[in-house]
Design a protein around this ligand. Structure first.
Ligand SMILES: C[S@@+](CC[C@H](N)C(=O)[O-])C[C@H]1O[C@@H](n2cnc3c(N)ncnc32)[C@H](O)[C@@H]1O
Length: 430
């Protein structure tokens, strides 16, 4: 019989995935002798396992792989490279519960692909543990369903987003604009004592928050230029109507409208670089660029020395983020899953410090449980699947609604379901 000594109150290290992997990484760095990588992975694996796979599947062009608990992909990428040398393409399914590790894995795959070593490798990212993966029917390798992503239909997206915003019951970042941003604007004035400030708003949308952000700078700068990027014509047109209204102070600001995505803006700038900006904001928009990590580097480059970058996103522990992660309905169609981990990871890799504010917010999602148009639009925004109720299987709808009202995601008050949408604001100073 084995006996074990319980430490009262001790938690298992794997209960906090990101902490677990930081500690494993530290442990790995202390390695003195490790033959697995040098001998097994570089020699035994290609010469025996990969050779045998080729022999067993002589007609298979695309090898399907499932990698469980892959960490940051260091070992997986080496294996993929050896397999790619023998197969034309690879369909690689990754199951990993740490967002930080997944995002490192993704950049590693990108780097390998850039050097052409992992061309024709397509990855499906499953941000979850094996138990969760096994119970989530939506992720079976043969039946990964595909849904139209809401951002591909910007009109419906805007409609869904507005409906969602109307359900806000606590202020979150919106409240912080009046409380925290005045200090940021005052600090910027100290760094740049002139009257002029150049601002850039990424995904400014209808200006509902962007206009409030810009107003905080009016007491300090008499000449404000605000460059707004948003691919939605409708949203920009709503913002323009607000600016044209002489009853607000926005007419004192010079606007430069860019109806395009951040990636398109970047491509345009390559031939015609703009002046750098003193203040850049990206409020709930860094989920959408092709590569959120590259987007962060690009925005940092666009800052004047001493300038500030404000990034607002859903925190990984927010209820809405948990739902997106658990019911990851897309492959790479949207970067929404793990986008915050990708952003944080990029800042870490570039050794860029930031100030962080956690801003609790909640949304009344009760209409999702009623058969109304409002409920349908809310579900579209929460899942990011266009026409969720019409296109997603009854089983997934049921599972998502049940999960959403569980205590992992919401507080239930009588009939009301209040979804937790913890926001995080990062302020980077260059
Ligand atoms: C969640 S809304 C936030 C809007 C606004 N910042 C706010 O908080 O009210 C996201 C915005 O990002 C815009 N967007 C979508 N894809 C984008 C991309 N690739 N680059 C820049 N903005 C994008 C959408 O049109 C939308 O206006």
């Amino acid at each position: 019989m084995t006996t074990s000594t319980m430490i009262p109150g001790a938690r298992c290290i794997t209960d906090d995935n990101n902490h677990y992997f930081r500690s494993v990484t530290l442990y790995d760095n202390k390695v003195v002798e490790y033959t697995f990588n040098k001998v097994w992975l570089q020699k035994t694996f290609p010469e025996t396992i990969v050779a045998k796979l080729r022999e067993n599947f002589p007609d298979v062009k695309q090898l399907r792989m499932l990698n469980v608990g892959s960490g940051n992909g260091e070992i997986d990428c080496t294996m993929l490279k050896h397999i790619r040398a023998k197969f034309e393409s690879i369909d690689n399914h990754v199951v990993e519960p740490s967002g930080d590790m997944l995002s490192e894995y993704k950049s590693r795959v990108n780097n390998f692909t850039t050097c052409n070593q992992l061309a024709e490798v397509s990855c499906t990212w499953n941000h979850q543990g094996l138990d969760e993966y096994m119970t989530s029917g939506s992720r079976s390798m043969d039946s990964q369903p595909k849904f139209a992503c809401l951002v591909d239909d910007l009109d419906r997206y805007n409609n869904a987003f507005e409906t969602y915003e109307r359900q806000a019951v606590s202020p979150g970042f919106k409240g912080w604009i009046n409380q925290g941003l005045p200090d940021v604007a005052a600090e910027l004035k100290k760094t740049f004592p002139s009257d002029e400030v150049r601002m850039l708003s990424v995904g400014g949308g209808t200006g509902r928050l962007d206009s409030k952000i810009v107003r905080q700078f009016l007491p300090h700068f008499s000449k404000i230029t605000n460059t707004v990027i948003d691919p939605s014509k409708e949203a920009i047109s709503t913002y323009q109507t607000m600016v044209a209204d002489s009853n607000n102070q926005l007419s004192e600001i010079t606007y430069d409208w860019n109806t395009m995505t951040l990636d398109e803006f970047k491509a345009n700038q390559e031939s015609n670089p703009a002046r750098k900006f003193h203040f850049i904001s990206a409020v709930h928009s860094l989920y959408y660029p092709d590569d959120p990590q590259m987007a962060v580097s690009y925005l940092y480059d666009l800052l004047e020395d001493g300038g500030k970058l404000l990034i607002v996103m859903q925190d990984e522990d927010s209820g809405i983020e948990r739902i997106v992660r658990k019911f990851d309905l897309f492959d790479d169609a949207t970067n929404q899953v793990d986008a915050f981990a990708a952003v944080r990871n990029q800042l870490k890799q570039l050794h860029i410090d930031y100030e962080k504010h956690l801003l609790p917010a909640s949304y009344d999602v009760t209409p999702c449980y009623q058969d109304t148009e409002e409920g349908g639009l809310l579900l579209d925004f929460i899942s990011h699947a266009a026409n969720f109720k019409q296109t997603v299987s009854n089983q997934i709808q049921h599972d998502l609604l049940e999960y959403m009202r569980s205590e992992e995601c919401s507080k239930v008050k009588g009939e009301q379901v209040l979804l937790d949408a913890l926001e995080v604001a990062l302020i980077v100073t260059k």
